[in-house]
Design a protein around this ligand. Sequence first.
Ligand code: NI
Length: 162
Amino acid sequence: MAIRNLRYQGDDILKKKSKEVPEEEISSEKIQTLIDDMIETMHKYNGVGLAAVQVGVLKRVVVIDLYDDKGPIVLINPVIVKTKGEQEVEEGCLSFPNEFAKIIRPAEVVAEYTDRDGKRMQVKAKELLAQAISHEVDHLNGEVFIDKIIPGTLEYVEPEEN
Ligand code: NI
């Protein structure tokens, strides 16, 4: 496993659409290593989610970890099939260090995805998980949160020294 280099605000790759991973490639060492590296990279930077494009790989692979008892979730080729309601939330992104803003996300989402074992799954999510899935699927479509924030809510938070 390895920490991958993050792509940051201003990098054109963040605006590109990621490609689906063919089902037969999911078990490949290349994809499995990508997943492991993405989880390690997300954890290193204390992120809640990471899309492959953020480490420079234009594939529809997402990892999410709410740091609860479920552990990291891997979503390959995720599709949001249903949304319900709205929530106004505070949001950040590992590609936009120290920037936070308010944004409207769906209150609930139903998403279909393939897990790292190649099994097609469905998740019904609300609150932070719904927000995270929505944010990460946006990344796969070349969309970044900063383009849809509530105007005037952007804040810069200085990182803590350690
Ligand atoms: Ni992000």
